[in-house]
Design a protein around this ligand. Structure first.
Ligand code: APR
Ligand code: ZN
Ligand code: ZN
Length: 362
């Protein structure tokens, strides 16, 4: 039996979000219905509302979520009702070239639930943000979007791994391959950059240099494991990073802003054999100009990180276990917990840079 639940809808371009009754169908083959327990408010939800991602209104927002599987459809064996899970953006196929080469984050054939959730009032189909739509009491996803983790973790903490925090930690430990004794610089210390700092700290980096234009952000970065901070409004960050690394530059520089000028800083602040990881998301009109000779003359590698190049089934349970052991303080990313009807206000606070994460708790 389809069920009616409350969910947060972005009805049209730049219109305020509102709570509506949505219809969640029973799970079909390969699908699961999840009772959402917590869902973080992310920039991407705001971009959906503003029309920056697609015109496919109405959107059912929310995508950084954890909850309990309520029911599963035919053929689902990896998760069962009662399992505590973190949701991810898409189920991977497990069969394509990317999957077979062990890089499922590049999977050519990812999917979400096939059935649609709808608006109870009009019957209109909803587009779930990033194939999840978890600012709702229940949501329908592909079963492969659910990853079981230890239920001892608080849901508002677990949900963070569904997006920004995983992107940042993964940029450091998966893409950047940060290892013990490495020097790391992170440019941009919002939620993603702070997670890259926490990931670098976890990986045993000797120095973690945080760069931002806002002193408040640098203070938080320190609490996440940064050993040094640089305000790049006051100090040339390239010079400062070189000075702090014996003149060499950092082994790994993580760009977590997504702008050409900060990417350029990252490019020049790395060691000759260092790695630059771009995890900040640029906009389509942005261009980068670099002397090709500088690209040639410096070795190392230039990488981008997609969703932290994560493998949910490997990384989510591991990071939750590390958190439960007290080795990864994920709870520091939760600035506040809010109700479903406070999402619009949370967007304003996020826009003002006042919060790392507001998390809706249901
Ligand atoms: N130099 C250094 N830091 C900067 C600069 C700059 N020129 N411009 C902005 N910042 C800092 C901000 O002060 C803020 O602390 O970058 C940080 C960006 O953080 P958030 O806006 O909170 O964004 P976040 O959620 O961390 O995401 C960062 O990754 O996933 C992408 O779309 C996301 O592009 C965004 C990036
Ligand atoms: Zn997100
Ligand atoms: Zn695949």
């Amino acid at each position: 039996m389809a069920q009616e639940v409350r969910g947060v809808i972005a009805p049209g371009k730049d219109e305020p979000v509102r709570i509506e009754t949505i219809v969640v169908p029973d799970p079909g083959p390969g699908e699961a219905v999840v009772a959402v327990q917590a869902c973080g408010v992310c920039h991407t939800d705001l971009h959906y509302k503003q029309g920056g991602i697609s015109d496919d209104y109405p959107f059912l927002l929310g995508h950084e979520a954890a909850g309990v599987v309520e029911s599963v459809g035919a053929g689902v064996t990896d998760v069962a009702p009662g399992d505590f899970v973190i949701l991810n953006w898409r189920a991977v196929c497990g069969k394509c070239r990317a999957c077979l080469r062990g890089r499922p984050w590049y999977c050519f054939d990812t999917h979400n639930a096939e059935q649609k959730m709808t608006l109870a009032s009009t019957g209109q189909e909803l587009s779930p943000a990033l194939g999840i739509g978890a600012f709702a009491e229940k949501t329908l996803v592909a079963a492969g979007q659910c990853t079981k983790v230890d239920p001892a973790v608080a849901p508002q903490v677990a949900g963070l791994l569904g997006c920004g925090v995983m992107a940042g930690i993964g940029a450091a430990i998966n893409t950047g391959n940060v290892g013990r004794g490495d020097t790391v610089a992170v440019i941009g210390c919002g939620g993603v950059g702070d997670a890259a700092i926490a990931g670098s700290h976890l990986a045993g980096a000797a120095k973690v240099i945080a760069v931002d234009i806002d002193d408040r952000k640098l203070e938080t970065a320190r609490s996440m494991g940064a050993t040094h901070t640089v305000n790049s409004r006051e100090t040339d960050p390239v010079e400062a990073i070189r000075e702090l690394t014996g003149g060499f530059g950092a082994d790994v520089v993580i760009e977590a802003v997504g702008r050409p000028e900060t990417y350029r800083q990252a490019f020049y602040a790395r060691d000759l054999a260092g790695t630059v990881v771009l995890v900040g998301v640029p906009t389509p009109e942005m261009k980068l100009e670099l002397p090709l000779l500088d690209v040639f003359g410096r070795g190392g590698s230039l990488k981008s990180s997609w969703y932290g190049d994560c493998l949910p089934s490997r990384d989510f349970p591991m990071l939750i276990d590390l958190h439960l052991q007290g080795r990864l303080e994920l709870d520091k990313f939760v600035t506040e917990t809010i109700r479903l009807d406070e999402v619009e206000a949370a967007f304003d606070r996020m826009h003002a840079g006042d919060v790392l994460r507001s998390v809706v708790v249901l």
